[in-house]
Design a protein around this ligand. Structure first.
Ligand SMILES: NC(=O)c1ccc[n+]([C@@H]2O[C@H](COP(=O)([O-])OP(=O)(O)OC[C@H]3O[C@@H](n4cnc5c(N)ncnc54)[C@H](O)[C@@H]3O)[C@@H](O)[C@H]2O)c1
Length: 246
């Protein structure tokens, strides 16, 4: 796989899966625009990528804010001369049973996880259309496929991302833009370290491979979907879950 000269925007790139995707795509030759709200963490990732010979810049942006998203995409296109790849990875959880889930916790999760992906897509397709080529990868979740108690907001946002993926894939296929989703299972990151041990045990029990995934497992599949090797794939959802949702 080769991404030489491609420009890749990754949201939620300051840590976890997003940071690993940034490093992986940089190792394949892509110029990386890290987008997140955590400035110092992003700067550290930029330094890491640069130290290993890659090209990266960070851009502070709240993915829920349309003005900020538009400005960020404009800055990235000016800085790197275009945009070829968009990874909608920024995501949060606010878990609670429906009876206790507040409307605020519903709104914030839907806003970051789903509206954010819509806003970034809306801003990124224009520069991609200019090149008649683009790759969009949305990071969904197995929870969006099969639901989970205490995660109605998160599951809805991740299922929504699959609808967004398929709609964007159909709407922009004629413009050369491919849009796919990756649905990770239980991956070890800061998002999952604070889960109660009971929940972790339950995830592992329902994972046929019997162990948790690493951010690199997700990054490798994302890299494939960004490369020309996957040019005949669009509107697809690929699980990276050790068989959990099988
Ligand atoms: N870890 C897992 O097991 C797992 C499983 C399935 C799906 N996912 C999905 O993968 C993605 C990455 O998860 P992770 O485990 O690396 O989580 P993480 O919490 O480690 O990282 C999420 C990143 O998103 C950023 N972010 C949050 N709100 C933002 C906003 N408004 N604007 C910009 N950036 C924002 C955070 O600052 C953080 O850097 C998420 O979408 C998550 O839902 C994770």
């Amino acid at each position: 796989m080769n991404l030489d000269g491609k420009v890749a925007l990754i949201t939620g790139a300051a840590r976890g899966i997003g940071a690993e995707i940034a490093k992986y795509l940089a190792s394949l030759g892509a110029k990386i625009a890290l987008v997140d709200i955590l400035e110092s963490e992003m700067k550290a990732k930029v330094a890491e990528i640069s130290a290993s010979g890659g090209t990266a810049e960070c851009f502070i942006c709240d993915v829920t804010d349309w003005d900020s998203v538009q400005r960020t995409v404009k800055d990235i296109v000016e800085k790197f001369g275009g945009l070829d790849i968009l990874i909608n990875n920024a995501g949060i959880t606010r878990d609670n049973l429906v009876l206790r889930l507040t409307p605020t916790d519903w709104d914030i999760v839907l806003s970051v996880n789903l509206k954010g992906a819509f806003l970034l897509t809306k801003a990124a397709v224009r520069p991609m259309m200019k090149k008649k080529y683009g790759k969009i990868v949305n990071i969904s979740s197995v929870i969006g496929l099969f639901g989970n108690p205490a995660q109605a907001n998160y599951a809805s946002s991740k299922a929504g991302l699959i609808g967004l993926t398929k709609s964007v894939a159909k709407e922009f296929a004629a413009k050369g833009i491919r849009c796919n989703a990756v649905a990770p299972g239980y991956i070890e990151t800061e998002m999952t370290t604070n889960l109660p041990q009971k929940a972790i045990d339950q995830f592992l029990l329902s994972t046929p491979l019997g162990y948790s995934g690493k951010p690199k497992d997700v990054a490798a599949v994302v890299a494939f979907l960004c490369s020309s090797e996957s040019d005949y794939i669009t509107g697809e959802v690929i699980r990276v879950d050790g068989g959990m949702a099988m």
